[in-house]
Ligand binder design. Structure first.
Ligand SMILES: Cc1ncc(COP(=O)(O)O)c(C=O)c1O
Length: 432
């Protein structure tokens, strides 16, 4: 049996209708921004492999650091034990996180980092004997796959089967366009009940909801409003962290800081699963007690895995080096130039950019959701051109590894322009 035949026999892939989806691409090697399949075909990874990859694939320095760590200590239980990579990484993260962040809680994926943030906020009030149990989130939010994270996410088609089992979360529209006054009005009305424990949000860019973007100024005011009513703020930086928006964390664009921050994806440069939920001293202090029941009873088998921490430390070093910082500048300028070049294209409904993320909303026949069939045509069109782009419905976005070159970016832009010139018209013709 070939690799693909065995895959089709034994494996169940994520976010995939196994019956109708095309067979997956067997990738056997990767280097920099490029993936190579078993036939030697190459693809530019223009979405950083689901937003995790930062320095390119198979980075030798990160590989070396992980290998060295492997020979010293591969893993140890993190309750009652500690180890150098976890401590060093915590110290480094506290240095670069917003000033109010004081403690690092480790886990191993973005959904879990969010789940932990929500649990911390709820238990914070429980430990203090305050009756605050409600959570607020944006209508268009996406926070992950576990039940708490799904509850905090908006009404996405992929969560419908679980709708009856999700806990109640109050929703306000994201502060975009003419809905901005509604966001503030609805948020304040909810806060006035005095029952809201936390407001959770993806700062500046809402990823899976369609790369929706909103202003730091509005977010600053929303955080201020929450704090005025004693409500905690949880920033889900799972996608936006590690310079994705141009600063280390999207929260660095703000004056008012969240109380809790969830991060994962780019933390190890996309090399190993690791996540962190950081919090302020005030949150931590509500768990600090002689009463054992006030402890935070949460932990995973792979909490603070030393290999993940070693990869994160190596990635942090690379990210702060001049080479990476110059690349970030180049990507942002390059996106801006393409933005100007294409913005008036008749097949574009909207184009938006924050930092290294460029999102282009394609004109459609009105169906704009995740299952829109223009999405599949675009996905296949780009793959045939040697590009991994995974449109969210009719939104094509570029979210590249920071090692990408100007020429590779140009290849991606040209393919998008060609798709705008040809595919949208074809799509309309085939609908009529
Ligand atoms: C903002 C945000 N939060 C949480 C998650 C969940 O992360 P993970 O897939 O690692 O569980 C995602 C994943 O896309 C995300 O974009």
């Amino acid at each position: 049996m070939t690799l693909l035949e065995k895959d089709q026999k034994y494996i169940w892939h994520p976010y995939t209708q196994m019956k109708t989806a095309a067979p997956p691409l067997p990738i056997v090697k990767a280097e920099g921004a490029w993936l190579t399949d078993e036939h030697g075909n190459k693809y530019i990874d223009a979405i950083a492999s689901w937003w995790v990859n930062i320095h390119g694939h198979a980075h030798p320095y990160i590989a070396q650091r992980v290998y060295e760590q492997f020979l010293e200590l591969e893993h140890v239980i993190f309750a009652g034990f500690t180890h150098p990579p976890a401590v060093e990484l915590a110290e480094k993260l506290i240095e670069v996180l917003p000033d109010n962040q004081a403690r690092i809680f480790y886990s191993d994926n973005g959904s879990t980092a969010v789940e932990i943030g929500i649990k911390m906020a709820l238990q914070y009030f429980y430990n203090k004997g305050e009756k605050r149990k409600r959570i607020i989130a944006f209508t268009e939010a996406f926070h992950g796959e576990t039940f708490g994270a799904m509850s905090a996410s908006g009404d996405h088609d992929f969560n419908t089967a679980f709708a009856d089992h999700l806990f109640r979360v109050d929703r306000v529209p994201a502060p975009i366009g003419d809905r901005i006054p509604d966001t503030f009005e609805q948020l304040e009305a909810l806060l006035q009940t005095g029952e809201v424990a936390a407001f959770i949000f993806e700062p500046l860019v809402m990823g899976a909801g369609g790369m929706l973007m909103y202003s730091p100024d509005d977010l600053d005011k929303l955080i201020e409003l929450c704090h005025r009513y004693g409500t905690l703020c949880i920033a889900d930086e799972v996608m936006t962290g590690f310079y994705r928006t141009g600063k280390f964390f999207a929260c660095h664009y703000l004056n008012n800081q969240p109380d809790i921050i969830a991060m994962s994806k780019g933390i190890t440069g996309g090399n190993l699963p690791l996540a962190v939920t950081s919090c302020s001293a005030e949150i931590f202090d509500a768990f600090w007690s002689d009463d054992k029941k006030k402890a935070f009873f949460h932990g995973h088998s792979y909490t603070a895995n030393p290999l993940g921490c070693a990869a994160a430390l190596a990635s942090m070093e690379l990210i702060q080096a001049e080479t990476c910082q110059n690349q970030l500048k180049m990507i942002q300028e390059s996106h801006q130039e393409y933005f100007q070049e294409i913005k008036d294209h008749p097949s574009i409904v909207d184009i938006r950019q924050t930092g290294t993320i460029l999102a282009i909303e394609f004109k459609t026949d009105g169906q704009t959701n995740y299952f829109n069939n223009l999405r599949d045509r675009l996905y296949n069109f780009f793959l045939e051109k040697g590009l991994l782009l995974r449109p969210l419905g009719n939104v094509v976005y570029i979210l590249p590894p920071y090692c990408i070159t100007a020429n590779e970016l140009r290849t991606i832009y040209d393919a998008i322009t060609l798709a705008l010139d040809t595919l949208v018209n074809q799509h309309e013709t085939s609908q009529t």
